[in-house]
Design a protein around this ligand. Structure first.
Ligand SMILES: *[C@@H]1O[C@H](CO)[C@@H](O)[C@H](O)[C@H]1NC(C)=O
Ligand SMILES: *[C@@H]1O[C@H](CO)[C@@H](O)[C@H](O)[C@H]1NC(C)=O
Ligand SMILES: *[C@@H]1O[C@H](CO)[C@@H](O)[C@H](O)[C@H]1NC(C)=O
Ligand SMILES: CC(=O)N[C@H]1CO[C@H](CO)[C@@H](O)[C@@H]1O
Length: 616
């Protein structure tokens, strides 16, 4: 299923924002310290060693133990070779979940398979960079204080200052409410360059950016501190020199930084015109000072005859940026096929038109629609997919395709046939897809709705949107609304019947995370908080609130799901049984995440909607 693929891709597209500009060295880098020039650094018997020649090896650390070893993959020497930083760590907790492979191909008896899987509250690996002097009179560890980085969720290497006076790294605190850029001086002094805090969450995985510009003693940093994700120029003493980007729009991703011309190219969302769909990606260039802001993918008509050139979702050939005088810009919208032009990289002016959009072949089947959400002002964007054939004098039940994971947004923006949704709609439904509050890449306030409250799932916005759509579309039958989703979407589909059963009547939930304590650690701690507060996690738990269920429910789950612990679904089943609730359950014994959206599961879901929604 295409939909399933998209879901899986979005779940695993971590670090899509580009994170830090300095990649963690791969195995080769660390291990190669044992080859080539001396000195070489390596870990032996859990401790850090230096070899000055093949016959002159010295042990640098003495505190390494199996419970607290040094990591051979995190050894960073200064370029003058006088100092080396090595990370010592306490390993993460060793939790396994157990799979039952009931029907193995090679034997009759089931197999029981342990699988390493950490959950919210479990111990994370705690890294502790340590400074060593490897030349001169004082030889060995330079004492450092870890007060500024005691409770990491994870650290990330930045590397040594060009003058070899300090080593820098990023400290992302457990609980996702603080990030520090930290510098460790060779004399042992540890200082904070950037201290980023949030009273809700910092989206470490999708919205951080850090680039040190050593030659000018500056740093570029992304933050949502003013309510939108924007870039800031710091000096390395930790003072904000100026905000680079600002306004009611956001930096989705940094494409290119040019320290020579002191300009930045970013993927911007919502920067063109407040009346446009704010999820359209545009290429924007700006100077470090915050001046000379230029959107390179909008307008520049220059006698081409194109109407409103650039109002759509763009892709561009990034590698041209900063190096070539032109670039190729392709854009489209759900209601307009692709346009392709060549633009002047400096001015954005259209130099030539490669392709103009033909008529939209899906105009009769797919509508873009937006309406205010729960607050009556913030626009909520979505799509309406009609069946074929379509008779506007009829009333069609509605199926919402939900995925509300706060890591992304999920309504497609580029021109597409939406064939999966169309096939689902064809027996006689209106299929809708909506990005409600709590999803990503709008304002910080929009995103914050998800914080410690995943059961919200943007439902008040979704319901307001459907009511607004139906007000001018009498063929949408608001008395028959169904919903389906997988993974986090499975959690939301069940939540619809627990918390909004006056609106949603039928739900199909696949591979659901029905209690966030049962699911993977990073995703759930990020949105639901750490330490794990029982009340907070209880409130969003479908298991704890199972007795609220009204309406018809289909549950599906793959029994060897390595993404969401399948026991989450079994625990919901147990709670529903005890509450005396009716539901249907289809198990996929040898299958994994998203099994309910495979061929057989999809057919069962279609039959379920036919019986309970179409023919009800
Ligand atoms: C280490 O060097 C830094 C920067 O020069 C200085 O501010 C700090 O006082 C020094 N610390 C010690 C312990 O000498
Ligand atoms: C940073 O602080 C040092 C020491 O106080 C000072 O010499 C230097 O000029 C400062 N750098 C900037 C960029 O302000
Ligand atoms: C229009 O395009 C031409 C190249 O076709 C270019 O030389 C010119 O600068 C452009 N004019 C404007 C106003 O962008
Ligand atoms: C001996 C050793 O590890 N040398 C490395 C020190 O770090 C520089 C980069 O800063 C590497 O290029 C060296 O190979």
């Amino acid at each position: 299923m295409l939909a399933r693929l998209v879901l899986l891709v979005s779940l695993f597209l971590l670090g899509a924002f580009g994170a830090v500009d300095h990649a963690i060295p791969d195995d080769a880098t660390a291990v190669s310290n044992r080859q080539g020039e001396f000195p070489q650094f390596f870990v032996r018997d859990f401790n850090l060693w230096v070899a000055h020649s093949s016959s002159d090896e010295k042990q640098l650390s003495t505190t390494g133990t199996p419970q607290n070893p040094f990591d051979g993959y995190h050894i960073y020497n200064s370029s003058n070779k006088d100092f080396v930083v090595a990370w010592q760590y306490t390993p993460e907790q060793d939790r396994n979940i157990m799979f039952i492979e009931s029907s193995p191909a090679d034997q009759l008896e089931p197999k029981y398979r342990p699988f390493h899987y950490l959950k919210p509250g479990d111990d994370v690996r705690v890294d502790r960079p340590r400074m060593f002097r490897v030349r001169g009179s004082v030889y060995g560890e330079v004492p450092t204080d870890d007060t500024l980085f005691k409770t990491p969720f994870e650290l990330e290497n930045i590397g040594w200052a060009a003058n070899d006076m300090e080593y820098r790294f990023i400290y992302r605190e457990r609980g996702h409410q603080r990030i520090r850029v930290i510098a460790m001086h060779v004399n042992g002094t540890v200082r904070t360059i950037v201290n980023e805090i949030s009273s809700t969450f910092i989206d470490y995985e999708h919205k951080t950016f850090c680039k040190v510009l050593d030659s000018t003693q500056e740093l570029i940093w992304a933050s949502e501190r003013d309510g939108w994700n924007h870039l800031y120029l710091y000096d390395l003493n930790g003072t904000v020199k100026n905000q680079i980007t600002q306004g009611n729009w956001l930096v989705r991703k940094v494409d290119h930084v040019d320290p020579d011309t002191r300009r930045i190219w970013v993927t911007a969302f919502g920067a063109v015109d407040p009346t446009h769909d704010p999820y359209y990606a545009h290429l924007l260039r700006i100077s470090f000072t915050g001046n000379n802001k230029k959107i390179l993918t909008y307008g520049g008509n220059n006698g081409t005859g194109l109407a409103d050139p650039g109002n759509g979702n763009h892709a561009w050939r990034t590698f041209h940026i900063g190096h070539h005088s032109t670039f190729t810009d392709v854009w489209s919208r759900m209601d307009q096929p692709e346009t392709e032009v060549v633009r002047d990289a400096e001015t954005g002016a259209i130099l030539s038109v490669v392709r103009t959009p033909g008529p939209n072949p899906h105009a009769d089947h797919i509508e873009m629609f937006s309406a205010p959400g729960r607050d009556g002002t913030t626009m909520i964007y979505g799509l309406i997919v009609k069946p074929s054939p379509f008779d506007p004098s009829k009333k069609y039940p509605i199926i919402e395709d939900i995925y509300a994971g706060p890591h992304g947004f999920f309504v497609p923006k580029s021109h597409s046939g939406l064939w999966t949704s169309r096939a689902l709609a064809n027996p006689g439904y209106i299929v809708v897809k909506i990005d409600g509050m709590g999803t990503n890449f709008r304002s910080k306030a929009f995103h914050n709705v998800a914080w410690k409250n995943l059961k919200d799932a943007g439902f008040p916005d979704r319901i307001a949107w459907m009511k607004a759509a139906a007000a001018t579309r009498p063929w949408m039958d608001l008395s028959r609304v169904g919903i389906y989703g997988s993974s986090a979407g499975g959690q939301s589909a069940v939540a619809a019947l627990l918390w909004h059963s006056d609106f949603y009547k039928v739900a199909a939930a696949d591979s659901g995370c029905h209690d966030n304590r049962m699911d993977k650690r990073w995703w759930n701690e990020l949105w639901m908080g750490w330490p794990v507060e029982q009340g907070v996690y209880d409130d969003s738990s479908n298991v704890v609130n199972a007795a609220r269920l009204e309406g018809r429910l289909l549950l599906t789950v793959g029994m060897v799901d390595e993404n969401v612990d399948p026991s989450s679904t079994y625990q919901l089943v147990y709670a529903l049984n005890r509450a005396g609730k009716d539901y249907e359950l289809v198990l996929f014994p040898m299958e994994g995440h998203g099994a309910g959206w495979g061929g057989y599961g999809w057919r069962r879901m279609e039959a379920f909607f036919r019986k309970n929604l179409l023919e009800a």
